[in-house]
Unconditional design. Structure first.
Length: 339
């Protein structure tokens, strides 16, 4: 079986590994599609603080069930499935209050344990979500990145009454945009890259701002009857943006952060207190894949255009090189795995 692994920082390799049989409460799946995420790039670069090497990467993947262990629930051989990469203990305080995505003993496929960039793997049945066979597995594999957007918008709250400012029109920003539009919000996207802003418009942005040439703060001042955006999402993961986010947000506004930078963020306490802003961190997803799959199956989300390039798994190095050397040419790059 072929697997795509980071053997050590900056060393990506194909490995030939054995396939384990599913144990109790597990299924064996044949992977057909896997999406490359920014966190996979961080693992390759040695900048993900949670990864242990060598590591088979990949946490966005979809495929078909080939075998079942006992006690695998209502799953069946032949089912098309996606995998929630969040493995939680179910016992700690976060798990007890419904926040398994920040479990004290959290493990994530492709980070803390070997991931889905391989022909076949066993996964806990509890992490498996069935998808309709009519839904292409390439689209199903987008469920996990959309669950990130669903989580931050659930944390901050988002509805038809909201004006959402999204910093960044990369993959994260575009998924947040599409989920916010699904929820009926007015959406403004800011980015320094014109091509990315054009993509944001194609995915439904009501307004785009080129932050390198115009002041976002001034541009959004008239939104929401002059109060500013009600929800601000940092989809770029830039620590310095928090200061501006607090300045532009409406009174009673909410700010969502998704970045993992270790750098400090400047902030003025006065802005947060004066406007009683709420600041939310958001990590992974809180068992939201079934909801996202439903959006995809019913066509409420139509993200096919996000898949810009596809490579055979054997050419994974070329896929990573593309993302490294020409990031503006890609949104979501996927790998295909042959049986």
């Amino acid at each position: 079986m072929v697997a795509v692994a980071v053997e050590k920082p900056h060393v990506l390799a194909l490995q030939d590994i054995d396939v384990a049989e599913p144990g109790a409460g597990e299924i064996l799946m044949r992977v057909e599609r896997g999406g490359i995420c920014g966190s996979d790039m961080h693992i390759l670069h040695g900048s993900n603080p949670f990864a242990v090497y060598p590591r088979i990467i990949g946490h966005e993947f979809a495929g078909v069930i080939e075998a079942l262990g006992r006690d695998a629930g209502d799953l069946a051989v032949g089912d098309h499935v996606v995998v929630d990469p969040v493995v939680a203990c179910g016992q700690c305080y976060p798990c007890r209050v419904g926040r398994p995505n920040v479990c004290a003993n959290l493990e994530v496929f492709g980070v803390h344990r070997h991931g889905g960039f391989r022909d076949r793997l066993t996964v806990p049945a509890a992490n498996v979500v069935k998808v309709a066979k009519a839904l292409p597995l390439a689209i199903a594999a987008l469920s996990e990145p959309f669950s990130i957007a669903a989580n931050v918008l659930a944390r901050t709250g988002c509805g038809p009454e909201d004006t959402v400012l999204i910093y960044g029109a990369g993959t994260v920003g575009l998924t947040v945009l599409q989920v916010a539009k699904l929820k009926g919000a007015r959406c403004i996207v800011a980015d320094i890259d014109t091509a990315r802003l054009e993509r944001a418009q194609a995915f439904g942005a009501d307004r785009v701002l080129r932050s390198g040439t115009e002041s976002v703060r001034e541009a959004v001042a008239g939104e929401n009857e002059g109060l500013g955006p009600t929800v601000v999402i940092d989809g770029a993961g830039v620590p310095a943006l928090l200061l501006e986010a607090a300045a532009v947000a409406s009174p009673a506004g909410r700010i969502g952060l998704l970045g993992f930078s270790g750098e400090p963020s400047p902030v003025v306490q006065r802005d947060i207190v004066r406007k009683e802003l709420a600041l939310f961190g958001s990590r992974l997803n809180r068992r939201l894949l079934p909801e996202v799959v439903g959006w995809l199956e019913t066509g409420r989300l139509k993200p096919a255009a996000m898949i810009t390039q596809t490579f055979p798994a054997a050419e994974a190095r070329a896929a990573f090189d593309l993302l490294e050397n020409s990031p503006s040419s890609a949104i979501k790059v996927q790998l295909t795995f042959d049986a």
